[in-house]
Design a binder for this molecule. Structure first.
Ligand SMILES: [Zn+2]
Ligand SMILES: [Zn+2]
Ligand SMILES: [Zn+2]
Length: 96
C-alpha cells in the first residue's frame, strides 16, 4: 500500500489555502438602509407603515435616497445640492 506522505504534512501556505474565506454574517442579508440626513438605520417596514416613518426621495437622475419622514427637509436639501453639483449625496454617517 502506498503511503500518502504529502497529505499528512501541509506547508504553511497549503494550510492557509484550506482555510475558508470570510463568509457573510448569517441572517444579515437584508438591505441596510440609512437616512441620508441623520444617518439613522431605517427598517424596510417603516416605508410601508400606516404612518410611514421613512420614505424615499428620488433625485433628478432617478436614484432613490432613503430618509426619515422627520428629516425630509434636511434630506431634500441634500438631494437639491446633489442635483445642483452632480456630486455624491453628502449623506450623514450611518449609525445604529
Ligand atoms: Zn444599518
Ligand atoms: Zn433621519
Ligand atoms: Zn442623482
Amino acid at each position: 500500500m502506498r503511503r500518502m506522505k504529502r497529505e499528512k504534512k501541509l506547508t504553511k501556505r497549503e494550510r492557509k489555502a484550506l482555510k475558508p474565506g470570510p463568509k457573510p454574517p448569517a441572517g444579515h442579508d437584508h438591505q441596510h438602509i440609512h437616512c441620508i440626513s441623520c444617518g439613522r438605520h431605517i427598517d424596510a417596514p417603516e416605508f410601508s407603515a400606516p404612518i410611514p416613518k421613512a420614505q424615499y426621495i428620488t433625485c433628478d437622475h432617478g436614484s432613490r435616497f432613503p430618509s426619515c419622514t422627520s428629516c425630509m427637509a434636511g434630506s431634500q436639501a441634500l438631494i437639491d445640492e446633489h442635483e445642483r453639483t452632480g456630486q455624491q449625496v453628502n449623506a450623514a454617517p450611518a449609525f445604529h
